[in-house]
Ligand binder design. Structure first.
Ligand SMILES: *[C@@H]1O[C@H](CO)[C@@H](O)[C@H](O)[C@H]1NC(C)=O
Ligand SMILES: *[C@@H]1O[C@H](CO)[C@@H](O)[C@H](O)[C@H]1NC(C)=O
Ligand SMILES: *[C@@H]1O[C@H](CO)[C@@H](O)[C@H](O)[C@H]1NC(C)=O
Ligand SMILES: *[C@@H]1O[C@H](CO)[C@@H](O)[C@H](O)[C@H]1NC(C)=O
Ligand SMILES: *[C@@H]1O[C@H](CO)[C@@H](O)[C@H](O)[C@H]1NC(C)=O
Ligand SMILES: *[C@@H]1O[C@H](CO)[C@@H](O)[C@H](O)[C@H]1NC(C)=O
Ligand SMILES: *[C@@H]1O[C@H](CO)[C@@H](O)[C@H](O)[C@H]1NC(C)=O
Ligand SMILES: *[C@@H]1O[C@H](CO)[C@@H](O)[C@H](O)[C@H]1NC(C)=O
Length: 489
């Protein structure tokens, strides 16, 4: 009587195991579409609530790049192309209008690749009528016709976000934006420039690289120039393919590199070049080599002392890893509002603007003349006077970081909003400084080793960033890829 029972229990156990195994398999195996190398009409995907950082939807043939949903904060997502081994996004479809990481958000392909949700409708679309979506091994996402021509109707290389990959053409109609939305890169007739947006509706150029035209000259009327990262280790500007009109060499110039190269406009406003050495991204180019020459290396109303860190313009405020005054905005031209146009004045000797060569100036006879020129103009935030040259540089956006110089005859005059002044008088300055420091530290910790701060305030939906880490994507990614292999095997 014992044997049959044992047998049946064993049978049950085997069945149970089988069921568990099948169930396990069904749950770990992603839908077939996740492993295909192209998306066809009818493709639909929704964000999976159990994915903590990146949900791959389409990978390239090498598995180096993957298109998918990237978590932004805890509740939002961006459609992104990730460099899989480093978990670094190299392209974002919708950096300014994030979607919710929840079921109603949908990515589908009906000839156009469309990201939508029922509330906002279409958030992003390629507006094409193509046959398939492919991710090339260069990270270029393409929508192609599936006829004999295989012509390309749309490609992500034409819509860069903050990164340019090797061999991606950057044209005069494109703009590269840092992920915080503050800085941008554009091409001019014969130069490439970096611009800061320190106030709405206007930008200030802070870095300009003019084509050297050593190997080829720019011919007027022969079309605009374009730029490209070359696999030979330089950022080139071209007018035709024959020869570059300019070469900005990287540290690894003309050294053969197995991995891919890229440049990125960073959140500090620098343009940096990297190559992949198989384990990490190696920095081999910085457009602005010195920290103090960055447009806002120490934050607002701060002073960058070469080799000696940051300080506040105002000697009474202690620099606590952040801003010296609460961030300012607007100007002094308001109407009616009491106090709005009032300002205090801060002066500091031995200072200079980090990119004064790019700033407008007027020649004046004296410091007093320069100061009163700024004082009287309500859109002026400050002025820096060089007594030796007589140049008066006017700053018409909220004051950012100045550079400390030995020359005491270079004098800065800065307006400070009265509101901030009053709080300071009441003894709140220290508290505000501490608070700002705490916020900065919190954001720093929350974002550690993770994703950069998203463009805030800019989204048409008014989404605010919350700076949460998208989590350890890499482990998760490789685990899910393993399960794909298991399924295929
Ligand atoms: C990534 O691409 C490089 C070439 O750039 C190739 O050698 C390497 O095998 C690829 N990596 C993977 C994981 O396929
Ligand atoms: C990406 O998908 C292809 C099959 O479509 C597969 O061969 C490849 O291994 C995948 N990449 C990774 C990293 O698993
Ligand atoms: C694809 O869907 C979008 C959004 O619903 C729609 O506007 C578009 O017309 C569709 N495209 C095609 C080719 O059907
Ligand atoms: C990338 O794909 C192209 C063809 O599409 C192929 O010729 C090339 O060898 C591939 N490169 C790598 C590194 O796999
Ligand atoms: C870049 O531009 C050159 C010249 O117009 C062209 O030959 C090349 O195919 C372009 N590359 C990409 C990836 O679009
Ligand atoms: C701040 O201190 C520096 C040197 O310590 C001095 O040169 C400067 O005049 C002071 N500025 C103000 C506004 O007190
Ligand atoms: C004040 O400054 C702004 C911006 O630099 C300038 O456009 C304007 O002409 C100036 N106004 C006067 C009255 O000088
Ligand atoms: C500024 O320059 C004038 C002459 O241009 C000179 O007389 C004056 O002494 C200088 N002031 C300082 C503080 O160096």
């Amino acid at each position: 009587m014992e044997r049959p029972t044992e047998l049946t229990t064993r049978l049950y156990a085997t069945q149970l195991l089988l069921i568990i195994f099948v169930l396990l398999f069904m749950t770990t195996c992603p839908p077939v579409r996740a492993t295909t190398q192209e998306l066809l009409k009818g493709f639909t995907a929704t964000p999976n609530p159990s994915v903590s950082s990146f949900q791959a939807l389409l990978n390239d043939s090498n598995g180096n790049f993957s298109l998918g949903f990237l978590r932004v904060g805890r509740t939002q997502l961006s459609l992104a192309i990730l460099h899989v081994p480093s978990a670094e996004p190299v392209w974002l479809a919708n950096p300014t209008s994030l979607a919710r990481w929840s079921e109603p958000t949908r990515l589908f392909f009906n000839g156009s690749l469309v990201l939508s949700d029922p509330h906002s409708g279409v958030l992003w679309s390629t507006q094409t009528n193509g046959g398939r979506v492919l991710l090339l091994n260069t990270s270029n996402l393409q929508i192609q016709e599936i006829d004999d021509s295989l012509s390309v109707l749309w490609q992500s290389f034409d819509f860069p976000s903050d990164t340019l990959l090797e061999n991606e053409n950057f044209t005069a109609s494109m703009t590269l934006f840092s992920s915080n939305g503050l800085y941008s890169m554009r091409l001019g007739d014969d130069f490439m420039g970096l611009y800061a947006k320190f106030k709405p509706d206007s930008t200030q150029i802070y870095w300009k690289h003019k084509a050297m035209e050593a190997k080829a000259e720019i011919v007027r009327g022969q079309g605009p120039i374009y730029a490209r990262v070359s696999s030979n280790g330089f950022l080139g500007m071209y007018q035709t393919e024959i020869a570059p009109v300019d070469v900005q060499p990287f540290d690894s110039f003309q050294r053969p590199i197995a991995g891919i190269r890229r440049i990125r406009l960073e959140t500090d406003g620098n343009l940096k070049g990297y190559y992949w050495n198989g384990l990490s991204w190696v920095l081999d180019f910085r457009a602005i080599p010195n920290e103090c020459d960055l447009p806002s290396s120490c934050g607002s109303y701060a002073l960058c002392r070469p080799g000696d860190g940051c300080a506040c313009l105002d000697n009474q405020t202690e620099y606590i890893s952040g801003k010296c005054f609460p961030p300012e905005s607007g100007d002094f031209c308001g109407e009616g509002e009491e106090n709005e146009n009032e300002f205090g004045v801060l002066r500091r000797k031995g200072v200079e603007l980090p990119y004064k060569e790019r700033m407008g100036f007027e020649k004046m006879g004296s410091l007093e003349e320069c100061e009163s020129f700024c004082e009287k103009n309500c859109s002026c935030w400050g002025a820096v006077f060089n007594n030796a040259s007589g140049f008066c540089y006017k700053v018409d956006y909220p004051i950012e970081t100045l550079v400390s110089v030995g020359d005491e005859t270079k004098v800065g005059y800065f307006k400070v909003k009265k509101v901030a002044e009053k709080k300071k008088d009441l003894g709140f300055a220290a508290g505000i400084g501490l608070l700002a420091g705490a916020v900065v530290i919190f954001v720093g910790v929350a974002g550690f080793g993770s994703y950069r701060i998203w463009r805030s305030k800019k989204g048409p939906n008014g989404f605010m960033e919350d700076g949460f880490s998208p989590g350890p994507y890499k482990d998760l990614g490789s685990a899910s890829f393993r399960s794909i292999e298991l399924c295929q095997g």
